[in-house]
Design a protein around this ligand. Structure first.
Ligand SMILES: Cc1cc2nc3c(=O)[nH]c(=O)nc-3n(C[C@H](O)[C@H](O)[C@H](O)COP(=O)(O)OP(=O)(O)OC[C@H]3O[C@@H](n4cnc5c(N)ncnc54)[C@H](O)[C@@H]3O)c2cc1C
Ligand code: FES
Length: 336
């Protein structure tokens, strides 16, 4: 049995299959809405159901609270319809020409950028190219490890090779990449996925906020912006625990010297006697010290879920950042 889903304010509608979630049904029909992890962990797909009966599916109280449910909010990547429904969300037209594909690829290089960060390049089949927006991610699929999401660190104009940065979290996927995967191995991936990309219909100054390997999609976006000669002011705040976490510090310094990008590295776990002369503390708090008012900015935040959530909450509540000017990908853990 199918149910009709109507999207407000556009009045577009589509048929949802019996066991399909709202997000999958919309994407299948080429209707793009905000999303990130697709497993109920990040909250990016949260939007309102205006009428109809739904089943919320699996989620945590921290991602969708009881109060939000009472106001009609739901996580579209988990929610199924039990009747025809009317939902309210903004559609993302920039993704209309992007096709999600299942593709084979070959591991071209595996290089340590830091003791716990692997730089991976994937070669696409010679006749293929992948159309994506800088900042999107892919899901790596292998029989040897669970499916995991990794952001594309290279910009779309760099054809043929996809660059990824993986932190060793110690889980099954990290162990597979750090201990078993070899150059020339064949993998498959699904992508491009996600809605973390640069909105180019505004001239607002951009504030990039990364923790650890959250730098990966931000690197892609900055390289895309430089290639396109986008004239907007850009600042990059990159946080880690120790210096090694800022594994491409020299590249960010080079952007600052040659392209005028304001670069602020911030470290949170240094011993007091460490000779580091840069900023210390939490990276999103460093932003708030420098920018107590963010009303005219766009913020792009990526990395640890706690950093992304703290930045969203504090920038909106204390720095007057409009909610619609905060874009993020939280690196939520993969499903077991
Ligand atoms: C949209 C998206 C994009 C992503 N892009 C990247 C990327 O470009 N680079 C990258 O390194 N990772 C990225 N991730 C995270 C990645 O998909 C995996 O979660 C990660 O590789 C861990 O997989 P695992 O199997 O090794 O460990 P898991 O089984 O996922 O986790 C093992 C343990 O590590 C902890 N853990 C997992 N992830 C994190 C985290 N982010 N912060 C703190 N603790 C964690 C878990 O709580 C768990 O205890 C992304 C995630 C999402 C949702
Ligand atoms: S919670 Fe739905 S996309 Fe992350």
């Amino acid at each position: 049995m199918t149910h009709t889903v109507t999207i407000k304010p556009s009045n577009q509608s589509f048929e949802l299959q019996e066991d399909e979630c709202l997000l999958d049904g919309a994407l299948r029909e080429g209707l793009h809405m905000a999303y990130g992890c697709r497993n109920g962990a990040c909250g990016s797909c949260k939007a309102r159901v205006l009428s109809g009966d739904i089943e919320h599916g699996v989620h945590q109280e921290s991602t969708l609270s009881t109060a939000e449910k009472a106001q009609g909010f739901a996580l579209f990547c988990q929610t199924k319809a039990l009747s025809d429904v009317v939902i309210e969300c903004r559609e993302i037209s920039a993704l209309k020409d992007i096709v999600v594909r299942l593709m084979p690829c070959r591991v071209q290089t595996l290089t340590r950028l830091a003791p716990d960060v692997m730089h991976i390049t994937l070669r696409l089949p010679s006749s293929e190219r992948l159309a994506f927006l800088a900042g999107q991610y892919i899901d790596i699929i292998s029989k040897a490890a669970p499916r995991r999401s990794l952001s594309i660190a290279s910009p779309p104009h760099q054809e043929g090779l996809l660059e990824l940065h993986l932190r060793n979290y110690g889980g099954p996927f990290s162990q597979f990449v750090f201990n078993t995967l070899k150059e020339k191995d064949i993998l498959r991936f699904e992508g491009p996925l996600g809605t973390f990309f640069l909105r180019e219909d505004t001239q607002k100054p951009i504030l990039f906020l990364a923790s650890g390997t959250g730098f990966a999609p931000i690197k892609a976006i900055i390289e895309h912006a430089l290639h396109q000669k986008i004239p907007r002011a850009m600042s990059l705040y990159w946080g880690g625990r120790i210096k090694e976490d800022l594994y491409l510090h020299e590249l960010a310094t080079e952007w600052a010297q040659h392209h005028g990008i304001h670069f602020v590295p911030v470290l949170s776990a240094l011993p007091p006697d460490d000779p580091w002369t840069g900023r210390r503390g939490l990276v999103h708090e460093a932003v708030m010290v420098d920018h107590p008012l963010l009303a005219d900015y766009e913020v792009y935040a990526c990395g640890a879920p706690i950093m992304v959530e703290s930045a969203r909450r504090d920038f909106i509540n204390h720095c007057q950042l409009p909610e619609e000017s905060f874009f993020s990908d939280a690196f939520t853990p993969g499903a077991p």
